[in-house]
Design a protein around this ligand. Sequence first.
Ligand code: NDP
Ligand code: GDR
Length: 337
Amino acid sequence: MAKSAFITGITGQDGSYLAELLLTKGYEVHGLVRRSSSFNTERLDEVYQDPHTAGRSLYLHFGDLNDGVTLINLLREINPDEVYNLGAQSHVRVSFDQPVFTGDVTGVAAMRLLEAVRAAGVRTRLYQASSSEMFGASPPPQDENTPFYPRSPYGVAKLYAYWATRNYREAYDIYAVNGILFNHESPRRGETFVTRKITRAVARIKAGLQDKLYLGNLDAVRDWGYAPEYVEGMWRMLQAPEPTDYVLATNTAYSVKDFVQLSFAHAGLDWETHVEYDKRYERPTEVDALIGDYTKAKTTLGWEPKVQTPELARIMVDADIHALDDQLAGRAVRVDS
Ligand code: NDP
Ligand code: GDR
């Protein structure tokens, strides 16, 4: 019988790639979707199956991580083999504007989901989307044994979720793992994260639609990988014989300024003519440098990143240029039933 998976955050960057991966592996995929007044399933367009499709394998369910009763009911109904908790208020800067809300949806909701697994009585494996932001001020390189020192309400919330996951693994013998993932990006990255903000601006500047790009701290160092490879790592974590926590990263260091230079150069543009500083994009407390050591994932799971940051920047710039070309040519037509 086909395996089944339940994904929270299926409409996000990672959720959409993970859904695609699991569908290609023959899974029946169930996703939690928030009701919205506008479309929020665009990233799933390529795999979307109309409810009238015979023998379909993708099911979307309305719900919210803040609604525990719905989570219990869905888990009982679906009885999934695997649960991936990817839903979150995932923007670090925004978490300073909405700290308590972020604590609820990014932190406490993980506990809510773990409790829902217990209450529903399902025997499932669970993946928690933990983050390198939990390391915060701890100097690089960071691995599974590095002390945590979060620097944002988002990081604090993720740490709560991390410990909830470990505690439920130890207390109730639930197969629950933390994937501590360093930044991973793609053409599907949300438009306000720095990489996508840059590559989208490059496309618009090249097309003459925009002249300036306003950014905050250009000196922050990040370890940027390619999202489709990271969702493969999530899946591998749940296939291991024993539950444990893993770092996924590329173990390379690039500054925001490096990413700017790579992206503008790929489009034949001079970044210094276009990039301006705006204080509003600074954070009250910044994470200066994240560089991950993924040795454990490599040796235990055979997982290794292939796409490095320079290629990632090129992939994202090319995708944004093509998307803008399509939009300008009026080809961005979606067919909805
Ligand atoms: P996105 O911001 O692209 O996606 C977040 C998802 O969470 C969306 O589907 C969103 O729904 C959903 N969501 C938000 N609030 C709720 C809620 N109250 N109830 C149910 N769903 C909700 O994030 P990514 O795909 O980039 O990241 C996936 C996960 O991994 C997140 O938890 C993130 O914090 C974590 N992470 C990400 C890293 C990265 O570099 N991308 C690195 C480390 C961890 P909607 O579409 O309706 O907004
Ligand atoms: P991050 O990603 O905070 O690392 O969290 P983001 O792309 O938002 O910031 C990366 C670095 O760029 C600096 N920066 C700017 N950031 C944004 N968003 N906008 C700007 O204009 C700008 N200018 C400079 C930031 O200060 C920061 O240093 C991401 C999210 O996906 C989290 O959910 C995830 O957990 C972590 O990665 C790992």
